[in-house]
Design a protein around this ligand. Structure first.
Ligand code: ZN
Ligand code: ZN
Length: 311
């Protein structure tokens, strides 16, 4: 069978020395994120929210230790390979009800902590009731969150549901055999689960040195993409970098004048501790400024439901 590859994919195939993906590290992925959220909270106007999310992310690390979701079937892997599709595609995936157990654990873990804000305890209790009385409504909410639907999403509950889904897919991704990936993947989505990236990181260290990786908002896989290229529309002519003067040089917004969107890009050589989800969440001021300049976010942060405000 002969396939014609678009230009970008041919370039990607040429650079075999660059690691194509970096699967999530099961032992530490959420612990690292929680630690970073706490660090960033120390100097943040949204400290309370960052600390609440740090609790949730800590709970994710504990839940991941006991999560073992059913892997993709061989049929599914072959189908993905034949069609160049992400093998663990989240939308439409036959989720095992196990993920709702994970959600239960997260809710109990967060609500049972000390000094948790009353509103957060309330959100946990409401979701807990929904799980017991009407699990289908929670499944619907999960579908809506995964599909980034604007309608029918409870913004307060969404980060908790997303957190459970992240545990489920991070479990799958961390045990995924990279060799089973199709040779080429669709542009702009996670090659493992097909979710949108939250941000990108220019990495340091070993074989990753100096390369830019997009970071999956769901399964925490990172995948390589050349620098100075729009991660949304692939444009290379109209990309520019915006930062807040006097603030960390490790954080920029990569804006595109072709599609008028942006995603943030973090530089490990300027700050080794940058963590895509945490740093994106903690740099809302940059979102405000870039938004005022006329750019909209290319995709949301999994721990903050953006809803339909952009439309
Ligand atoms: Zn993914
Ligand atoms: Zn673009």
């Amino acid at each position: 069978m002969q396939r014609i590859l678009p230009r970008g994919e041919i370039e990607a195939l040429d650079h075999n020395s660059i690691p194509r993906i970096k699967l999530p590290e099961r032992e530490s992925v959420f612990a690292v994120r929680a630690a970073r959220l706490r660090q960033l909270a120390a100097d943040s106007p949204v400290a309370d929210y960052l600390l609440l999310m740090a609790r949730l992310v800590d709970a994710q690390q504990r839940a991941l230790a006991h999560c073992h979701a059913p892997e993709a079937t061989e049929d599914r892997i072959s189908l993905a390979q034949a069609h160049g599709m992400p093998p663990l595609q989240a939308v439409g995936w036959p989720r095992d009800p196990l993920w709702r157990k994970v959600l239960e654990q997260l809710l109990d873990d967060v609500a049972g902590g000390q000094d948790v804000p009353a509103e957060a305890v309330e959100v946990c209790a409401a979701l807990r009731r929904a799980l017991a009385d009407d699990p289908e409504s929670v499944e619907d909410l999960a579908d809506a969150v995964l599909a980034e639907q604007d309608q029918g999403v409870d913004g307060a509950a969404a980060p908790f549901v997303m957190a459970a889904l992240q545990v489920y897919w991070t479990d799958l991704a961390s045990r995924f055999d990279e060799k089973q990936l199709p040779v080429a993947s669709p542009f702009g989505v996670c090659p493992v689960c097909a979710s949108l990236p939250v941000a990108s990181v220019v990495r340091v260290g070993g074989q990753f040195e100096g390369y830019r990786y997009l970071c999956c908002s769901l399964c925490a896989t990172q995948w390589h993409m050349v620098r100075v290229k729009c991660s949304h529309c692939e444009d290379v002519e109209s990309v520019a970098y915006q930062a807040i003067e006097g603030r960390s040089e490790a954080i920029k917004a990569e804006t595109c004048d072709h599609c008028h969107t942006y995603r943030k890009i973090f530089y490990q050589d300027k700050d080794l501790n940058v963590e895509p989800v945490a740093d994106d969440l903690a740099s809302l001021m940059l979102d405000v400024l870039v938004g005022e300049a006329g750019y909209s976010r290319a995709s949301g942060n999994p721990l903050l439901w953006h809803g339909s405000e952009e439309d």
